[in-house]
Ligand binder design. Sequence first.
Ligand SMILES: [Zn+2]
Ligand SMILES: [Zn+2]
Length: 406
Amino acid sequence: MRREYDVGHLHLDPDFGLHHPCTYDIPITRELKKGQIMPMKAAVVREHGTVKIEEVQIPEPGRGEVRVRMVATGLCQTDVMVCEGGFPATLPVVLGHEGAGVVDSVGPGVTGLAIGDKVLMTIVMCCGYCFQCERGDGELCETLAPMAMTSAMLDGTVRLHDSAGVELHHSFCQSSLAEFAVVPQEVVTKVRDDAPLDLLCVLACGATTGIGAVLRRAKIEAGAHVLVVGAGGVGLAAVAAARLAGASTILVSDPEVHRRDVAINMGATHTIDPLENDLVAKAFELTGRGMDYAFDAAGAASTFDQSLAAIRAGGEVVLLAIHALTDAVSVPVLAMLLQKRVTGSSQGSIKPHTDLPILVDLVMSGKLALEPLIARRVGLDELPGAMSDMQKHPGRTVVVFPPADV
Ligand SMILES: [Zn+2]
Ligand SMILES: [Zn+2]
């Protein structure tokens, strides 16, 4: 006689294998026995400097949380920093904070999301009610933003466990370098059904940081003269946004020729090798008085100094990259007297739930080019190698979970 066992979200039929209650197929063929807990693959860091793909338990969503079956997750320099210990995280931790996928299970108390919804995840969580949220600066939310740094979920506990039942910690309430991720509903933004997630996942962090810095933080005007220092994923996204905003000059500084070539494809009007040529002289040669804006996506002390020197009086430097949270920069008094402005941007200062659908529409209408931003797509098993040679690949590395699109 056939018997069915309901283990959480999974209905196990010992005679006929695994059936999933969702309306779409998921590529899982592993056989389960009664009482077994369904495993998934995840990128786990147990000691700084080493990431391994392990089989861990598929997490269950708690109150106010959803589980997302990952379709694609971008690999970010911050993941490398978490792995190497340059960014605070409690070990062992599952990496990933640039995820896109399909809602697979909905916890109690969740509103506005349903199984089958395509979603992008962000590291920006806004409560909507605190001082910063009420004045429109949700990326600085006083209630939820600090929680993203705790390596736990919003209630202070974890949902992730390894195959032995040992607790694993979360990355930015996301941990999306895994086949499934349980996240607070505030992390996800629903996007249109025809959105190609293996492209748009880069909007979840890196691309949005560059795009938002240009369009939301600096709010550059048409005709502006823009310098972008560093043609990695964030810098290239800033180039695409500057082009979209109608910048008349987009000068990109990067020592790697192949990265400069990608920058030209993204819309740069000029490029320069700062090791061979004088970047500041070039900025003044092109504009007569210096750049209106400089976006420092390299984040070294030397690139900050160059950015500050390359802008005109009253111009603005937006710092986009960090190597360690303890880094410091120095601002000459003369720069302040010349009313040069220095600021930074967290996640591009975007409002995810309103801005991400707009950015998706811009990409899908061809106005915002993201594809040149993607250097390669790899499987999760290739992640450890991909993390070690990211610098060789200009643009974003995207981890794709089969099937690539649904
Ligand atoms: Zn990131
Ligand atoms: Zn808030």
